[in-house]
Design a protein around this ligand. Structure first.
Ligand SMILES: [Zn+2]
Ligand SMILES: [Zn+2]
Ligand SMILES: [Zn+2]
Ligand SMILES: [Zn+2]
Ligand SMILES: [Zn+2]
Ligand SMILES: [Zn+2]
Ligand SMILES: [Zn+2]
Length: 1831
């Protein structure tokens, strides 16, 4: 006994176990080595690598965590490698390497595709669409330059590179072409090696076959071995749960948690594993425990979901109990098979050995067995075997043939297994058929010698349809449940399609007879389909239920291709065609549907008699399914090409005593068409929708090729075989129109009332005439007339393009699929001859095809593939077109192609008596005003038919045609003339005139032969009168119409003008205000500025006298002007009043990281962003609106749980523009309006006093915390303490103190509170772990608003920069009003927040602390250094949060920041800080390198580009003192300079030490003029973003508009921005040591952190402690994508799920913000967010994009926006050459990145528009709710 039994090991046999290799070799020498030696070895060893752990046992036994794993790496080393060594000798690695170098792997690639791997097919060279290449081959093949398609594999197929039969040319890629040259034999694989290999291979196969069954015999053996005496030792067993398709994920998860007591999370993992691998171990325990669990699971009846109903319906989950040893062996067997498959790829001889082995019939692993036991395996095991067969047998043709033969022989069995099984097709051995049947020579061999054609159809007949046959006809109606089952059976028909996909050049007798055998089986199928699902007209009541019809149509769709293929095959072989024709005739004769046993009666019209079949369609059953008749029509079309005719073959069929008359041929089809006509006439209303659906599909592009199209051919056959009059009588009779066709009809009619019946009759006439038009006109069918397939396609496309312009995808969808894979190419050729491709214009539109102008003449309004809508659309367009071209406005018939000999007699219809009689009848009735049985559409159709007749004779194709002569007898021309004059029929006059014109052409042609006077007389009388009169008449009418229109217009204009005047009057004030404003602000100042500028330009660097500054001593003051608004809710005027109720505008707050996504940003950093549409409402109106929205939202059921966290934050839409909103912003007055206007002569405190005051304030505020003081310092005390010598008035002026400020309306606090709530909610969403909400008292709410303000402005600045908009460019209202409202709100609230109350409220207190910290940081160097500041984000809170603290003790005073002198100083301080930082960070080497790169030819130092000239001029003009100051500041503080200096100093010191010199020397860093130029330029550049933000900010704060000097079409200029802000743009000023500027800069620059940074940079190994905030933030970017989509898809083809290293990701999804690849929408990756488990994308978006995400689902080429649990799909940025996207890769055209489409996505993100877009798309489409958070 040598079983797995750990406890029992008493004697360790190391020597024996250590070297199985030695043992095998010895045995082999002795000749006793057997397969069983290996098998025993595998069996013994594999359990050692199986490992499982049961966790969480101690406390919670109810929730066990089970982890099973098989240590594959170790098993490979210790088992498989040993095996390889045995086979290949002592050094297997080098042997394999040598083998590789011999290069004989294979001439075919045969790479097996994994699920989702990209595949490529060549549209030019591929024999059929199943021929594909793998990436590696494709990239090395010639096809990459051809027209190719790409798609993603569903897994299981293989690469066809190197297969001669797969490609028309370029069969090999470079790699496999090289392999071809190598010899088949090998020096390394000697006979001895192969012998050993044979033994090993046999052992492997035997082992795997034995172990891999779901309930293997081997398991029972294990059981026997261990259960001795019924006692089971310990946990040696496993319960294994298997995959099935009838239970849903959730059902299985439920079972596992309820019965197996798994944790939810574990259950999900197990289910994912089951889905992936087909099974999973759910428990490891004793046999009893495991078996109990098995029974418990099996006893639990889970109702399978209703849709999936098949044989496994209502079954319980499949489980088994296995011994651990057996599970281990199975795991190892899987690994072994995987390895074996790869091993076989290595050499032809291995595969040869393998194939020989599996052909041995007595072995357990013979092919037959492998094929048949597939169904007993689970998913992974099956896949392993399939891959093995593909690698082992498909690489060589002979082997492939062997497999194909075996496969064919077992086909019936394995298909039946597949149908009763429930796994997907891809997981069944049946799926191998595509590899075998698509090889033409193999397919032909199988048809000829294995009877596979017959076998397939025979199997299909028996398994799929036999049981539905009632009375020799199929009836699916009552068997809806059969759908799933039927679907599976349909795979047989796919196989059939593969088999016949390529018709042979020549047929030998074997192939022909094999094929005919199959055709007989096909006839049997078609025979039971003829007349299936027949329907009878309901007259009394509606149908009780809608009959099922889809099955029959599905059957048709699946079979249609095969039918077309069979006809195609038959068309090229006379013998085949003849036999098939007779076979079809026999089948038709034997089928009795409609034609069987009905009576005939004689009917006569116009003196002609026909004996008609009396089958009343309105009473008896009819069917849409007539495949036999249609098959006959298909075959018939090819007779002519082989010089056969109906008559010549009739002799042969008569001999067999089968007879098929023309009447019998058409009768079933005619009945169907009569029914269709009756449906159109409203006679079948009570039959419900199912009939309408069927008729829809009857004409639909997917079905019509083998339905409608064939029916028309069938009728055309009848028309050509029968005497024309007789044919027409048959049709008239079927349509019940015989009496109508008699001239006494009108008189008979007088006796009958006008009822429904009569209206239907009229409609039936229409239908009859239209059918006639179709029969005569629709002859673009090879065989009917002399046209080719291309002509047919051409006609189809022309007709389509007459209705509208089509994009490429629409067009290819509107055309039927070709039978061969190359229809694409034909399509491409044809489309280019008839249409012009118009390239897409914008990013939104697609390119479209437009018909070439001259081809509109070929338009036929009665085209039979048109729907009603198509027809009217096309007709309208055609009329417009002709009107524009000043042609007769009508839709005349096109010229028709010439009929083939077999169909020539059809033309006779146009001149036969019944036809002419009918035409004259209708024309007479048209002219008779009393006639009742006439409608205008009858006339139109008759004209169309006459047009056909005239043009047919004009074509001179048919000598027998004498329409002109006959028509004269009927007086057609006279009647036409009369019609043209008839005023009642004016609408048709143009068409009549056209007909007359054509008729006269015919007359002119006849004239020489006739020469008669009669016609010429006619010509005169009509010729003068008609065309003239009608044209004249038209012109006159037009003139009258034009005059009337002009009068009407004038009247309207007058009305409008008076309305406008009264409007102006009532709004006079408003207009006046705007006028004044524009005049003041722009006109006069603008002119002056221009003069200044030109001066300045001439003088160079002389300082400019700015007269438009918003700040500083020179500032321009705000001139009050208030705008009036109209409330968008109540439409009343509303003005802003200082103390009245507030006005609001809806706004949206969101968390954002957009500008923090640049590299090096802290991962967690996020901020709040605010947007606002700017539409103004009364606060009260809004409140009403909002509470309404709120209650609506509460009534709505919660769509998804993720939205719950937002519960107290209802989103709503702006009532005016529907912009998404979640809060409101107050709309207030311009800020300067509050402050007193200072006089021009007033003096202010200087900057140094300001600094002193700030220092004092910092100290005092800091004391609050320390001393627990409850009162804020007063102004006077601060002034005193800071030693500023000034009077109070000067201070008050400097801060623009407001005395007795207006009290805010009480509603302001509501607005404020609501805004705060929204900010809090947004914060909370970002931090779900703060589950109970933030404590509003602990959060610094007001600073939060300021921060939102600065972030929003920064985001706006970046957005504007990105869209190339300078500041002065006109901003959209939403940006303008958002910035203004936000800044004003900040300012007002910061002022309103202060209070004189004691004790100090907490918010005030926290503000004071905040301010103290900030002032300390800025003025005392106590916090971070400038290096870490984002200067603008410090500026905003500084501006709002400090000054008003000084007045907080006095309610009678307040400060509203609006551009005071102190505000200016604040800006100056931050400007200096930013300047300092820029100087510090400047890196001269980098700049020089950059400059050298930009101007590669110029020498960096001497020759500077022209643009820098002004800077260097400026520097030269500077006083030496200042220049020296700059240089010394640079040397002292610039970080790279200091680092350099230190390093050089150190070096020097070392050198000196070497030379033993004691003298101290100091290294001086060079700083020449050109260095300074670089420095100043650098600084200017680095300041740009800060200045733009500051300009935006102070523009809103001061309401001083940007001057006209600001550029509107180029980047903003440094100097202009400085001037606007009141700053000196000449940077030298700031380095003057005597000013406070320099003091501040030195203070900033000497922060200890900066010195530390320098030291750290000298020692590169030390970790940095300072987070450097760049002066100029890099711009946010989305991930750069591959230009070629296939590169993208390849880049993820082997990325694995982070939770499961063995499995490739199913839905690899790329975050476009950071580029990470995630495992999207998958059960394996469901991380937790808060308490909710969500999809990987949602989780990632939360952190990466602060709750929003942009993801590209790579395999299906879709872009998803996610935001707060919601989401939407948007157009991907990849387009094909027709400018179209391809979501889901359905079209497969090569896709390229479209930059403009991608930048649209980018700008939507950058502009914070994702939430808005998601809301918009979800609003518009009422789509089923997607579980976006699972994404
Ligand atoms: Zn390949
Ligand atoms: Zn290749
Ligand atoms: Zn090609
Ligand atoms: Zn209102
Ligand atoms: Zn709005
Ligand atoms: Zn990301
Ligand atoms: Zn995953």
């Amino acid at each position: 006994m040598d079983r797995y039994d750990m406890e029992d090991v008493v004697v360790a046999p190391p020597a024996e176990c250590s070297s199985p290799l030695k043992e095998w070799r010895l045995k082999r020498q002795a000749g006793t080595l057997a397969r069983s030696d290996f098998i025993e070895f595998f069996k013994r060893e594999s359990p050692k690598y199986f490992d499982y752990q049961t966790g969480g046992t101690e406390t919670d036994t109810n929730a066990l965590t089970l982890k099973c794993m098989f240590k594959e790496a170790l098993a490979k080393e210790e088992i498989i490698d040993v095996l390889v060594e045995f086979m290949l000798g002592d050094n297997p690695a080098s042997a394999l390497e040598k083998l590789r170098l011999e290069g004989n792997t294979a001439t075919v690639c045969g790479k097996v595709f994994k699920n989702g791997e990209p595949t490529y097919s060549c549209r030019e060279c591929g024999v059929d669409p199943t021929c594909v290449l793998c990436v590696n081959c494709f990239k090395r093949s010639a096809h990459r330059f051809h027209k190719y398609k790409m798609s993603t594999s569903g897994g299981g197929g293989c690469c066809d590179c190197g297969d001669d039969e797969a490609w028309k040319k370029d069969h090999y890629c470079q790699l496999h072409l090289a392999n071809r040259k190598n010899p088949l034999e090998s020096k390394i694989l000697t006979d001895a090696v192969l012998e050993r290999a044979e033994i090993c291979f046999g052992a492997i196969l035997a082992f795997c076959v034995n172990y891999l069954e779901i309930e293997p015999n081997a398991s029972l053996q294990c059981l026997d071995g261990n259960v001795e005496g019924g006692q089971v030792d310990g946990a040696q067993y496993c319960t294994v749960l298997y995959n099935d398709e009838s239970h849903t994920f959730d059902q299985v998860i439920q079972t596992l948690t309820k019965i197996a007591k798994c944790k939810q999370k574990d259950a999900m993992e197990i289910v994912a594993a089951i889905d992936r691998e087909g099974r999973a171990v759910v428990k490891c325990d004793t046999f009893k425990e495991c078996n109990d669990l098995k029974s418990a699971i099996e006893n639990q009846m889970i109702p399978a979901s209703a849709l999936l109903s098949n044989s496994r319906n209502n079954q319980s989950l499949r489980t088994s109990v296995l011994h651990i040893g057996a599970v281990a062996c199975q795991q190892f067997a899987l690994q072994l098979l995987g390895w074996f498959q790869e091993f076989l790829v290595r050499h032809y001889l291995f595969r040869k050995t393998f194939t020989e082995l599996v052909q041995r019939k007595q072995e357990a692993f013979c092919i037959r067995h492998i094929l048949e036991y597939d169904v007993k395996l689970w998913k992974t095991a099956r896949t392993c075997w399939h891959r093995l067969l593909i690698s082992g047998m498909l690489m060589e043709y002979d082997n492939k043939m062997v497999l194909a033969q075996e496969f064919s022989r077992r086909y019936a069995t394995i298909v039946e297994d597949f149908i009763s099984d429930d796994h997907d097709h891809a997981f069944s051995i049946v799926s191998l058929s595509v590899q075998l049947f698509t090889v033409p020579s193999i397919a032909h061999h199988l048809i000829a010698h294995e009877g596979i054609f017959d076998k397939l159809l025979h199997t299909f007949y028996h398994v799929a349809i036999e049981k539905f046959i009632v009375n020799k006809t199929l009836h699916f109606s009552k068997n809806i449940a059969s759908l799933t089952f039927f679907k599976r059976a349909n795979y047989i028909l796919y196989d059939l399609r593969y088999l016949l996909s390529l018709k042979p050049e020549v047929l030998n007798d074997d192939l022909r007879s094999g094929f005919l055998e199959g055709c007989r089986a096909l006839m049997r199928v078609l025979n039971v389909m003829q007349g299936m699902e027949s329907i009878t007209r309901q007259t009394g009541q509606h149908m009780d239920y809608e009959p099922e019809w889809e099955c029959a149509f599905n059957l048709h769709i699946k079979l249609a291709t095969t039918i077309s293929q069979v006809i195609e095959w038959a068309s090229c072989d006379v013998k085949l065609l003849r036999k098939l024709y007779k076979m079809t005739v026999r089948a038709l004769v034997s089928n009795s549907f409609i034609v069987g046993g009905e009576k005939t009666e004689a009917r006569s019209v116009a003196g002609h008699v026909a004996s008609c079949l009396m089958y009343d369609v309105s009473v008896k059953p009819v069917s849409i399914h007539l495949p036999l008749s249609r098959f006959y029509a298909g075959i018939y079309l090819h007779l002519g090409a082989h010089d056969m005719t109906y008559d010549s073959l009739q002799a042969e069929t008569d001999a067999l005593s089968i007879q098929l008359t023309p009447r019998e041929i058409i009768e079933p089809v005619l009945c169907t068409h009569a029914m269709i006509a009756q449906v159109a006439a409203g006679m079948w209303r009570r039959n419900g929708y199912s009939l309408l659906h069927q008729l829809y599909f009857y004409r639909n592009v997917r079905c019509r090729v083998e339905m409608l199209d064939r029916d028309i051919v069938c009728l055309q056959i009848g028309a050509s075989l029968m005497e024309s009059n007789e044919f027409l009588i048959h049709v008239l009779n079927k349509f019940n129109l015989i009496s109508w066709a008699h001239s006494n009809y009108e008189t008979l009619l007088l006796e009958n009332p006008v009822d429904d019946e009569f209206m239907r009759q009229l409609s039936m006439i229409d239908e009859f005439l239209e059918l006639l038009i179709v029969i005569i006109g629709e002859r673009w069918m090879p065989g009917v007339s002399m046209v080719t397939d291309e002509d047919r396609l051409r006609k189809e496309i022309i007709q389509l393009l007459c209705t509208k312009s089509y994009s490429h995808s629409e067009l290819s969808r509107a055309l039927p699929d070709g039978n061969s894979g190359n229809s694409d190419n034909i399509f491409e050729d044809v489309i280019n001859t008839v249409a012009v491709f118009k390239k897409p214009v914008g990013a939104e539109s697609k390119g479209v095809y437009e018909l070439k102008e001259h081809l509109f003449d070929e338009f036929n309004v009665y085209f039979y593939h048109y729907t009603k809508e198509d027809k009217s659309k096309a007709e309208e367009l055609q009329r417009e077109r002709r009107k524009a071209k000043k042609e007769l406005v009508c839709c005349p018939p096109p010229m028709l192609p010439q009929l083939t000999p077999a169909f020539t007699s059809m033309a006779n219809i146009l001149q036969c008596n019944v036809f002419l009689n009918t035409c004259t009848l209708i024309m007479e009735r048209a002219l008779d005003a009393r006639s009742r049985s006439f409608t205008e559409s009858h006339l139109q159709k008759i004209l169309h038919l006459l047009g056909f007749a005239i043009q047919e004779e004009l074509s001179e194709n048919y000598p027998f045609l004498s329409f002109y002569e006959r028509s004269q007898k009927y007086g057609i021309l006279e009647k036409l003339d009369e019609l043209a004059r008839c005023p009642r029929l004016e609408a048709h006059r143009d068409f009549v005139l056209w007909t007359i014109k054509r008729y006269k052409e015919l007359q002119a042609k006849q004239a020489p032969s006739e020469g008669g006077a009669g016609p010429s007389g006619l010509q005169q009388s009509s010729g003068e009168e008609q065309p003239l009169s009608s044209e004249e008449q038209a012109r006159q009418e037009k003139e009258i119409r034009a005059r009337l229109a002009a009068e009407r217009r004038a009247k309207i204009m007058a009305q409008m003008q008076s309305a406008q005047k009264s409007f102006m009057k009532s709004n006079a004030e408003m207009f006046a205000a705007t006028d004044k404003e524009t005049r003041e602000e722009t006109a006069p100042t603008g002119a002056m500025d221009w003069e200044d500028i030109s001066d300045e330009d001439e003088q160079g660097a002389v300082a400019l006298k700015p007269n438009i500054a918003c700040l500083g001593p020179e500032r321009k003051f705000y001139q009050g002007s208030e705008a009036n608004f109209k409330c968008i809710l109540c439409f009343e005027n509303c003005a802003i009043s200082r103390s009245g109720p507030p006005l609001v505008s809806s706004a949206f707050v969101q968390t954002s990281r957009v500008i923090f996504t640049t590299p090096n940003m802290r991962a967690s950093q996020s901020a709040l962003h605010m947007s606002c549409c700017g539409h103004v409402m009364h606060h009260s109106c809004w409140q009403e609106y909002y509470s309404n929205e709120e209650s609506k939202e509460q009534r709505r059921p919660h769509r998804n749980r993720a939205a719950l966290s937002q519960a107290n934050n209802v989103e709503f839409h702006c009532p005016y523009c529907r912009t998404l909103s979640n809060t409101v912003l107050p709309v207030t007055e311009a800020l300067p309006a509050f402050s007193p206007l200072p006089a021009a002569s007033d003096s202010y405190l200087p900057l140094d006093s300001f600094v002193e005051i700030m220092l004092t304030l910092a100290a005092d505020l800091g004391a609050i915390k320390d001393e627990d003081m409850c009162q804020l310092p007063s102004v006077s005390s601060i002034l005193r303490k800071s030693g500023v010598v000034a009077d109070m008035a000067q201070f008050e002026r400097s801060v623009q103190l407001i005395k007795d400020p207006p009290k805010l309306h009480s509603n302001y606090s509501d607005v404020m509170a609501f805004l705060n709530k929204a900010l809090l909610n947004a914060m909370q969403g970002q931090q779900p772990h703060l589950k109970d909400g933030l404590d509003p008292d602990n959060i610094e709410l007001v600073p939060m608003l300021w921060d939102t303000c600065s972030y929003t402005l920064q985001a706006l600045e970046i957005y504007l920069f990105e869209v190339h908009k300078p500041l002065k460019a006109e901003l959209p209202m939403r940006h303008q009003s958002c910035a203004t409202n936000l800044v004003r709100a900040c300012s007002r609230f910061s002022a309103a927040n202060r209070t004189g109350d004691l004790p100090m409220p907490p918010s005030m207190r926290s503000q004071a602390e905040f301010a103290a910290r900030m002032l300390d940081t800025i003025f005392n160097q106590k916090g971070t250094s400038v290096l870490e500041w984002d200067s603008f984000r410090v500026l905003v809170p500084f501006q709002f949060g400090v000054l008003n603290l000084m007045t907080a003790d006095n309610a009678a005073q307040t400060i509203i920041p609006s551009g005071s002198m102190f505000d200016y100083y604040i800006l100056q301080i931050m400007f200096l800080a930013h300047l300092t930082k820029a100087v510090l960070c400047f890196d001269v080497d980098k700049e020089q390198a950059k400059r050298a790169e930009e101007t590669p030819n110029a020498k960096p130092a001497q020759e500077m580009p022209q643009a820098n000239q002004s800077v260097s001029d400026y520097l030269e003009q500077l006083p030496d003192r200042i220049r020296d100051n700059i240089i010394s500041f640079y040397r002292r503080y610039n970080i790279p300079a200091r680092v350099l200096q230190k390093n050089m100093q150190k070096q020097l010191a070392e050198e000196l030490k070497d030379e033993n010199q004691q003298q101290e020397q100091t290294v001086v860093i060079p700083c020449e003029l050109h260095h300074l130029v670089l420095l100043l330029e650098y600084v200017q550049r680095q300041m740009s973003s800060f200045l733009r933000c500051a300009c935006l900010f102070y523009r809103c704060l001061t309401d001083v508009d940007f001057p006209d000097t600001f550029p509107t079409d180029q980047p903003d200029r440094f100097d202009l921005m400085c001037q606007y802000l009141g700053l000196d743009p000449q940077l030298g000023v700031y380095f003057d040591m005597e000013t406070v500027y320099a003091t501040m800069m030195h203070s900033f620059a000497s922060h200890p952190d900066i010195t530390r940074e320098v030291e750290q940079r000298c020692q590169p190994e030390v970790r940095r402690s300072v987070m450097l905030e760049p002066c100029l933030r890099p711009l946010p970017r989305l991930k750069q994508l591959y230009d070629d989509y296939s590169d993208l898809i390849n880049s993820v083809s082997d990325i694995f799920c982070p939770n499961n290293e063995r499995e490739e990701m199913k839905t690899p999804t790329m975050c476009l913000i950071c580029g990470s690849i995630l495992c999207g929408q998958s059960y394996c990756c469901q991380p937790e967010l808060g308490k909710l488990s969500v999809g990987a994308c949602t989780h990632h978006a939360h952190a990466c994009g602060a709750e929003v995400g942009i993801f590209l689902r790579i395999r299906d080429c879709q872009v998803v926006y996610l935001g707060r649990g919601k989401g939407c799909f948007v157009q991907p940025p990849y387009l094909d050459e027709y400018g179209e996207t391809d979501q889901g890769l359905r079209r497969g055209n090569p896709l390229r990145l479209c930059q403009s489409a991608y930048s649209r996505i980018f700008l939507q993100w950058l502009g914070h528009g994702l939430h808005e877009e998601i809301a918009r798309l979800n609003d518009n489409t009422n789509v089923a709710v997607t579980q976006w958070h699972h994404m």
